[in-house]
Design a protein. Structure first.
Length: 761
């Protein structure tokens, strides 16, 4: 880095030309980066659980639902779902949504089939509002609809005051979800103007609506972070030009990183929303070290252009090596995400790592060229430099004086954090991820009056040659239905319409066990269903196709459970499904609830795997930078300690890790070692210059303490801004990161010097 900076200072025109050429190539690519949402965007299209979901969707014509609910009460234009105005609304919305590409089917009160007994008591499938016009015998059909299992708590609430349109998508592609959700929002707008109240719920709605909300919030964060960090740098330097330059070169690096992302064709997913604020706060630290070292050298140098150039060259030489390795350790923290099963997190890690290295290069090329052209008095006024020197002197003196009590307190905190870590868990409720005031949370609560839009699906594959109406197949389906439990209810399968039809046509309950079983009756019921309501058959029955045997589908409604409870529920269903299968039968357990459960597993595994790999990478790079294994081990103590203390405190207080905070350990580990590297690098240089051990420890603190405090303040400010985002998961990431960065600063200023002073040399 020292040589690169020297080359840049000798060839400023070449530096400008390279920067402009890169900007010309990457800025257009950065502008092409678009949003991507959904299960595929989060996990990757090749993830096994996504392939399973799409395979079942392809076999049965769809398995990714969302619900659009409406109310008929209070000031609404309708009294209940069966009012003519409500049925006209339901018919219009169902017709419009059914025409959207990627929508497999739409169930609603106006258009869904209702099995009734008519002339000669023959069953017939009816609609309550064919063509949007209420049926003449609507009053007689209404009680039947409220008692039908395909209607009650599916598309009509038990009190008939709320209705739902269930939109079934043909796959999990984000484009499919965006088209359908956008069409739903556009379709309800005229009715909202008339006084109707709607709520949308389900995975596609969360990804599209909440994802866009997060994107807008993240974009608003960037100006706030830039302003806050620039203000902090002004307080540190008491001069605007170096503060703006330090932020500006990082902005250039951020644009380059986004350009590489666009060139690779990687979309902006939920993880990428924190990339701009993250790179801005991390990248500015390299500029802080360059400017601070330059101010330190200028204070000891005379005037004149030659003295300024020499001071800048010396400053670059002082910080080049530790800055290079701190950038590498930070990048290593992000690269450690490659062990994750979340494709979006892996990609985020690579782009963030590239952005960190781009910020480093910009700080040692563009920044030195610009600094040399600023008047010396703009870099750091003498009074400001003297005030910082006095403050850092106090820190250095206290670090030496309090070293014993510091280490005793550190050991006690480490023991307590160990106890807290044993209780740490990855868990969060739906409300904790998005925040109580997020509209997708409010919509989900409102929609729950009718139904849950989340489902768990079981695709039962029959043995070759076995027909869906054979008694053993239906009995197996009934055993799988019996897995309904708290959090998982209202199972729907072929048995639901068959039972309803049997009661209408034959009277009494459908017998699946004992001497009353009549296999030919099952076949006749299926034939009647195919004739009257073929859409019900295609939803729940997949005939044999080529080498694939026939299959039956079972769908449960699921509640928005906290993540730990959801994981346990899915595991229980998978275990119960295996136990219920006769020989020759196989089953796939999938659906949105299962996908979310797998996401939780991946987040947990990422937390464990990324921290371990990041620790190994950071340790190796630290040893290379310091050229000493003992010093590297010394640096890892204040690096890992803040992470362990933060996670231990979360475990002790019962605060779980969620989607956002699961990244904290690897990110803070890469950041935490940065200041330790600067401190120990200064110590080695001062020892080589002839200072005694104790004097070198205190002198290294005085030399880099200002930069440590300034960069920690900039990092803390950047992450603290995230705490004000309405998306609670992102806010939690910001708060936990700020706590960890603060702990890391204290460890570098107090614990690391205390450990260094215990060494004899």
């Amino acid at each position: 880095m020292e040589r690169l900076a020297a080359w840049a200072l000798r060839h400023p025109a070449a530096v400008a030309a390279v920067a402009l050429a890169l900007a010309a190539g990457l800025v257009p690519a950065a502008l092409r980066v678009g949003n991507d949402t959904g299960y595929r965007a989060f996990l990757g299209a090749g993830h096994p659980v996504v392939r399973e979901l799409d395979a079942v969707a392809a076999r049965f014509g769809g398995s990714v639902p969302f619900a659009l609910t409406f109310r008929c009460e209070d000031a609404a234009p309708c009294r209940n779902v069966f009012d003519p105005v409500a049925l006209a609304l339901a018919h219009t919305l169902a017709t419009q949504l059914a025409a959207v590409p990627g929508v497999r089917r739409v169930d609603g009160p106006a258009t869904s089939p209702l099995l009734v007994s008519e002339l000669f008591e023959l069953p017939r499938a009816r609609q309550l509002a064919p063509g949007g016009v209420p049926a003449p015998d609507l009053a007689e059909l209404t009680p039947r609809a409220l008692a039908d299992p395909l209607w009650a708590s599916q598309i009509v609430s038990p009190d008939a005051r709320a209705g739902a349109l269930v939109v079934l998508l043909e796959d999990s592609a984000s484009a499919t979800a965006e088209r359908a959700v956008d069409a739903a929002l556009a379709a309800i707008a005229p009715f909202e103007a008339r006084g109707f109240s709607f709520a949308l719920a389900g995975g596609p709605v969360e990804f599209v609506v909440a994802g866009r909300d997060l994107d807008q919030q993240a974009q608003r964060l960037v100006p706030a972070i830039v302003a806050l960090v620039a203000a902090l740098l002004w307080l540190a330097f008491r001069s605007w030009p170096p503060a703006l330059l330090a932020v500006g070169v990082v902005g250039v690096a951020l644009v380059f990183a986004l350009g590489v992302q666009g060139w690779l064709g990687w979309p902006r997913t939920s993880f990428f929303q924190i990339l701009p604020p993250l790179l801005l706060t991390i990248g500015v630290c390299y500029g802080i070290h360059v400017v601070t070292a330059y101010a330190h050298r200028l204070a000891a140098a005379g005037g004149g252009d030659g003295a300024r150039a020499a001071a800048l060259a010396q400053a670059v030489a002082d910080v080049a090596r530790p800055c290079l390795y701190t950038a590498l350790t930070t990048a290593a923290g992000f690269v450690s995400f490659q062990a994750s099963g979340l494709e979006s997190l892996v990609r985020f890690g690579w782009i963030a790592a590239f952005g960190v290295m781009a910020a480093l290069l910009a700080s040692f090329t563009l920044l030195p060229v610009a600094l040399l052209r600023l008047p010396a008095r703009w870099i750091s006024p003498p009074r400001t430099h003297a005030a910082w020197a006095r403050a850092v002197d106090r820190v250095a003196a206290n670090a030496a004086r309090w070293r014993v009590r510091t280490l005793v307190l550190t050991a006690a905190l480490a023991l307590l954090s160990g106890a807290g870590l044993s209780r740490l868990r990855i868990d969060a409720s739906f409300e904790e991820v998005y925040g109580e005031q997020n509209r997708v949370v409010r919509w989900a609560h409102e929609a729950a009056r009718v139904r849950s839009a989340e489902t768990l699906e079981i695709a039962l594959a029959l043995p070759p040659g076995v027909e869906p109406t054979e008694p053993e197949a239906l009995r197996t389906l009934a055993r799988l239905e019996a897995q309904a439990r708290p959090g998982l209810a209202r199972p729907l399968s072929l048995l639901a319409p068959m039972r309803a039809l049997h009661e209408l046509f034959y009277g009494g309950a459908l017998a699946l066990e004992g001497a009353d079983v009549e296999p030919e009756r099952f076949t006749s019921l299926l034939r009647m269903l195919r004739a009257e309501a073929p859409e019900l058959i295609s939803l729940y029955v997949a005939p044999a196709r080529g080498q694939e045997p026939a299959a039956l589908r079972l769908s449960f409604q699921g509640e928005k459970l906290p993540q730990d409870e959801l994981r346990a529920l899915v595991a229980s269903v998978e275990h119960g499904t295996r136990d219920a299968l006769p020989p020759g039968y196989t089953a796939r357990v999938t659906g949105p609830l299962v996908v979310v459960s797998r996401m939780i597993d991946e987040i947990r595994d990422t937390q464990i795997g990324s921290f371990g790999s990041a620790l190994l990478l950071v340790g190796a790079l630290t040893a290379l930078c310091l050229r000493s294994v003992p010093l590297a081990l010394l640096a890892l103590v204040p690096t890992t300690l803040p992470v362990l203390l933060t996670l231990g405190a979360m475990g002790a207080l019962g605060v779980p890790l969620d989607v956002g905070t699961a990244m904290v350990a690897a990110v803070v580990l890469g950041l935490g070692v940065d200041e330790a590297l600067h401190l120990l690098s200064a110590y080695r240089r001062l020892r080589a210059a002839g200072l005694a051990h104790g004097a070198a420890v205190e002198a290294s603190l005085r030399e880099v303490g200002r930069a440590l405090l300034t960069s920690a303040a900039a990092l803390g400010a950047g992450f603290l801004v995230l705490a004000f985002v309405p998306w609670k998961s992102l806010a939690s990431f910001g708060v936990v990161s700020v706590v960890a960065i603060g702990a890391s600063l204290l460890a570098d200023l107090l614990v690391l010097p205390a450990l260094m002073l215990l060494r004899r040399s």
